[in-house]
Write a protein that binds this ligand. Structure first.
Ligand code: LMR
Length: 398
């Protein structure tokens, strides 16, 4: 038999929670696990800008033929403009190329495969904690990885000194995986000054930045959230960026993202592009079109673009409001000081709850959060917040 030795694998730490949630008969259950935005009514609706773009696409689409291996040039240009701004030198000098990938995960995997193919001995340095899939993607690509400290439990802040101290062990040519904004799972981002120090450090140590940019627009705004990427790009001539439109356009199941590779000059970028075509061709052949068409239509039509920016800021503001309310209600309930939740960015809050507390939230209260204590604040609303606060207050007291 070929398969009889196979052992059952553990459930995915994030998506596995959604499965467990669906199977839970508790009518009061609340899913604050997976990073998916929900509105005040607890739904994840299709954005209006996306709906309107889809109507236009339906009317004008006249072929389902293959896309080019790395996607359409127009899509790549729009991705780079979101990253760097319209008139950035990186764009005019044509020293960056973008490759349309299936989601942010696809972009990370294509990037990791590319790194492995071009520099087999590179170690990837990944923050501790991070999105659990980062470790798996590096491993699947055959890359060695090491962890650098990121979170300081005592201050609920960034362990900045320890981070750089650990990264000083990296050797020239190693890769440092960073989160552009809304760090997953902690919600803690470097300040502008810290980004500058990180950029100088990477440049001096000749380390290659690989930036996961899954939440552009969920921290402080589209431009504001790109500051870290732009500072790194100012100092470091080469970097990779994995973009995702799952969250900011709500295109979760369309799997649309991009890998952008910035090179020192245009001639190198062309060579990198030729290699990436092989990486993509052997992994997925060529990318799926529907999500890309939506992104291109929304970003290039001024009316839809304005509508999207409005919808994105509404999502961001709603999450911020929930942070403030959650911290206030937890204090009121005597659960302790959770003011740090207000300082965190994006969909997630690293609550500080331990494994046992997370487990009793699930078993005793039907509330699902990630094992690390990560709460998806984007799933909280006025209807479920009191149950959540009551449950957290009960588990922290035990
Ligand atoms: C998350 O961290 O919850 C999201 O990025 C969804 C996922 O794929 O894990």
């Amino acid at each position: 038999m070929f398969f009889d030795h196979i052992e059952a694998a553990p459930a995915d730490p994030i998506l596995g929670l959604t499965e467990a949630f669906k199977n839970d008969p508790n009518p009061e259950k609340i899913n604050l696990g997976v990073g998916v935005y929900k509105n005040e009514a607890g739904q994840t609706p299709v954005l209006e800008s996306v709906k309107q773009a889809e109507k236009l696409i339906l009317e004008t689409e006249n072929s389902k033929s293959y896309l080019p291996i790395t996607g359409l040039p127009e899509y790549g240009r729009l991705v780079r403009e979101l990253l760097f701004g319209d008139d950035h030198e990186i764009i005019s000098s044509k020293r960056a190329i973008s490759c349309h990938c299936p989601g942010g995960t696809g972009a990370l995997r294509i990037g990791a495969d590319f790194i492995k193919q071009q520099n087999v001995s590179a170690t990837v340095w990944i923050s501790d904690p991070t999105w659990a899939n980062h470790y798996q993607i590096a491993t699947a690509a055959g890359l060695n990885f090491e962890r650098y400290p990121y979170y300081d439990r005592a201050t609920h802040g960034l362990a900045f000194d320890r981070m750089l101290e650990t990264l000083s062990q990296a050797k020239e040519g190693d890769v440092v995986l960073l989160h552009a904004c809304c760090h997953n799972p902690t919600g803690i981002d470097p300040t502008i000054e810290q980004w500058e120090q990180i950029a100088d450090f990477l440049k001096e140590k000749k380390l290659l930045p690989f930036i996961d940019f899954a939440y552009q627009g969920f921290g402080h705004g589209i431009e504001e959230d790109a500051q870290g990427v732009r500072i790194i790009a100012q100092r470091c001539p080469e970097l990779l960026i994995a973009s995702s439109f799952s969250k900011n356009l709500g295109l979760y199941n369309e799997r649309v993202g991009a890998l952008t590779v910035v090179c020192a000059d245009g001639a190198t970028a062309e060579k990198v592009n030729s290699q990436l075509k092989i990486t993509v061709r052997t992994a997925i052949s060529n990318p799926p079109a529907h999500g890309e068409k939506i992104v291109t239509t929304v970003l290039s039509d001024p009316k839809l673009r304005a509508l999207w920016e409005q919808e994105l800021s509404e999502m961001r503001e709603r999450i911020r409001d929930m942070r403030v309310l959650l911290a206030a209600k937890l204090k009121e309930a005597g659960a302790g000081d959770f003011d740090f939740v207000v300082e965190q960015n994006g969909m997630f809050s690293f609550s500080g709850l331990n494994k046992e507390q997370v487990e009793s939230l699930k078993k005793e209260h039907g509330i699902y959060i990630v094992g690390s204590g990560r709460i998806c604040v984007a799933g909280i609303n006025h209807a479920n917040i009191d149950a959540l606060v009551k449950a957290i207050a009960a588990v922290v007291r035990n």
